[in-house]
Each structure stands twice: as C-alpha cells, then as structure tokens.
Design a protein around this ligand. Structure first.
Ligand SMILES: [Zn+2]
Length: 281
C-alpha cells in the first residue's frame, strides 16, 4: 500500500503497476481478514461498521475504475476528432500548394486577407505572376530540400516535380478558365518596372518583378559607418536581381514608399546601396 502511495508521490506509477498494486493490496486484506478475524472477538456493531466501510470502498473503487475508463475513451475520440478537424482545415495555397498560415495569406483588392492564396502568389486581388501550371511546377521544385526536410522524404528534384504535377490539378488556380483569372499581372507591377527603368542606372533594365519577402532580401548595409538592415522582414516587396557585366548584381526592391537599388557580390556579399528613391504618394 505504501509502495503504491510512494510511486504515486514520485509520479513513477504506471497503469499496469497501479492495477497490480491494488489487486495485491486487496488479496492481502482478504487473507489477513480470513486469518486474523476468527482470532478476534469482535462485537456485533463493529461487524456492521466493517461491512459499511468495505461496501463504501468497493463502490468507490468501482466508480473510479469506470470513470477512468470512460475518460480515456473520451480523450481518444476527442484526439481523433481534433486531428480530423486539423486535416480538414489544413489549407494549401490554391496556386503554389504551400501550406497556408495566417502570416503568409495573400491580399484581396479591398485589402482583406485571401483565404485561398499565399502572398507570394496573390497580392491586392491579383496573381503576382503570369505562370502556367508547368512553370509553377518548375518554380516550386526548387524548394525540394525544404519539402524533404518537412516530410522526412528524400526525393530528387524530378521526383518532386512528379508529386507537384499530380497535386496541382486539384488546386483552384489551375482549374480557372483563362477568362476568369482576375488579372495575370498586378497593376502596380508595370508602374514599378517603368520607374526602375527610368532611374537611369547603367546596365539596370528590368522587364519583370516578383513578390519577395523582406526576410529574403534583407542584408546588412553600411551607411556612414553604421550597419543596419534596410527591409522589414515581415513585409513584402516587388523585387528582382540583374547580373552586371563585372559579375556583381543589382538588387531591386520596391514598395509604395521607396525604390531601393543595391549592388552586391556572390550570395549578397559586400552589399552597397546604389540608390533609394522615395516615391511620391
Ligand atoms: Zn502560393
């Protein structure tokens, strides 16, 4: 009896251990009663007390046993229900197939969050790029390492493309008829492209921009001896990268307030700011 209490106190109990312990206690009590009771001269009223205590204990133990069984059954069904619900509610971007969480939801024309598309695919009520499904497969297949990491698989790029080709036809975007696609391009994109090309920076000419997360383009810039990141990690920018003849690159990032042009070497090394142009609003 004490060993059970000790185990419970030390949180070292197991369900089987507790059951065996209770049974052993019960056998001990029964044997003790059979052996000892006839040796004692017990008055009649004490028999009544012993009887009442015994019945109460039996009722209590039966009740606890039933309660534990039904509660574990209840927890099991609750868990199954939660998982099914999660699976049902687990949403994927209906364009690129990435899992949709609140942080990456795209935006509708009225600024509200899109429930169907991610911000990389859909911004201000329009698709950010004019992709065919096969082009989207090509683009997404570059994230094969991330997919392998998340799923514990070890697919090659080609195998992953096959997975995507099977998955994408179930997504909304690839079932839209051409005429019903909101716009193939975001209206602001053209404006930004024209403004960037009008900056007159040598070798800098762009014909496209993609939606890029700030965290992706952020690198420390040194200005007047102070190093600081230029972009908001949580914001999204229209951006592009252009290779220069000397092997370095121009990086372009635009939002409603600014156009930022920087220059850097391989993997963003030695980043320098070329120009920040404040856009009039
Ligand atoms: Zn997407």
């Amino acid at each position: 009896m004490i060993d059970g209490a000790l185990a419970r106190r030390l949180k070292a109990e197991s369900r089987t251990g507790a059951a065996i312990d209770s049974i052993a206690d019960l056998i001990f009590i029964i044997v003790a009663a059979i052996k000892i009771i006839p040796e004692l001269s017990i008055p009649g009223w004490l028999w009544w007390v012993i009887g009442i205590v015994a019945i109460t204990q039996i009722i209590r133990m039966t009740f606890l046993y039933c309660k534990e069984r039904s509660s574990s059954a209840f927890h099991d069904t609750q868990m199954t229900r939660a998982i099914t619900k999660m699976e049902k509610e687990m949403k994927f971007c209906q364009s690129c197939g990435m899992p949709l969480s609140d942080e990456v939801l795209g935006t509708n024309a009225d600024g509200s969050k899109s429930t169907d598309y991610c911000i990389y695919c859909y911004k201000d009520g329009a698709f950010t790029g004019d992709f065919t499904m096969e082009q989207m497969v090509d683009y997404c297949s570059t994230f094969v390492d991330q997919y392998n990491k998340n799923t514990g698989q070890n697919l090659t790029c080609c195998e992953y493309k096959e997975v995507l080709r099977k998955f994408f036809p179930s997504l909304k975007r690839w079932n839209l008829s051409t005429g019903s696609i909101p716009h193939a391009d975001h209206p602001m994109k053209k404006v930004f492209i024209e403004e960037v090309n009008a900056l007159g920076i040598p070798e800098l000419y762009i014909d496209n921009l993609q939606v890029l997360p700030g965290s992706f383009i952020n690198q420390p810039y040194t200005i007047n001896g102070n190093t600081f990141p230029l972009f908001d990690d949580k914001a999204f920018y229209w951006g592009n990268q252009i290779e220069k003849e000397d092997g370095r690159c121009y990086g372009i990032a635009c939002n409603e307030q600014y156009i930022v042009v920087s220059e850097y070497g391989k993997d963003g090394a030695d980043a320098e700011l070329v120009m920040i142009k404040r856009r009039c609003k």
